[in-house]
Design a protein around this ligand. Structure first.
Ligand code: HEC
Length: 149
């Protein structure tokens, strides 16, 4: 029988080094991934206030804000809230629309404080604003092309 080679332990040493290397890489990966997720958390936290600023919307699409109960009670029995969502205007315009519906569409009279709550809600949450999809009033359109000569 041959005696153990003198440097028979060497292969084991190499494999131990390998183990250490794999362990090192693994620990590195764990540390890296946890720091990445920590970073993601921080990014999310940074953006959270913005998310909180976007208004809460009910199942009917109406923004949940002061006065919405009066709007739900008086403005959605006849038609869906979508009609409200596609309309925009200041308090004057909304009141004008309410008067039209009262005159032509069977909308009932609203108690003055209820009417104020409704108009305030509409003008605040669905007021005129830049970027609205409504076209500009006609008088603001460019003048027509001159006639051909
Ligand atoms: C009694 C029924 C009734 C009630 C209540 C009612 N509406 Fe209407 N509304 C109508 C009818 C009818 C129309 C016309 C629908 C159409 O054009 O097909 C209309 C149209 C509208 C439009 C579309 C106008 C346009 O020119 O595009 C908006 C906006 C609107 N209503 C908002 C409201 C708001 C705000 C309230 C609550 C204050 C309300 N409605 C309550 C009957 C009602």
């Amino acid at each position: 029988m041959k005696p153990f080679p003198e440097h028979g332990a060497e292969p084991r040493l190499i494999s131990m080094r390998h183990d250490a290397l794999i362990l090192f890489v693994l620990v590195g990966l764990i540390v890296l991934s946890s720091s990445v997720s920590l970073f993601a958390h921080q990014v999310k936290a940074k953006h959270e206030p913005e998310a909180a600023a976007t208004p809460k919307v009910g199942p009917d699409g109406l923004i949940e804000a002061e006065g919405v109960v009066w709007v739900r009670a008086n403005c959605t029995p006849c038609h869906s809230a979508n009609l409200i969502l596609q309309f925009r205007g200041d308090a004057h315009r909304w009141l004008h629309l309410i008067r039209w519906m009262q005159a032509k569409q069977g909308l009932w009279a609203l108690a003055p404080d209820v009417e104020k709550a409704v108009v305030d809600y509409l003008a605040t949450n669905y007021g005129d604003r830049e970027g609205s999809l409504r076209r500009k009033p006609l008088k603001e359109l460019p003048p027509p092309l001159p006639a051909k000569q």
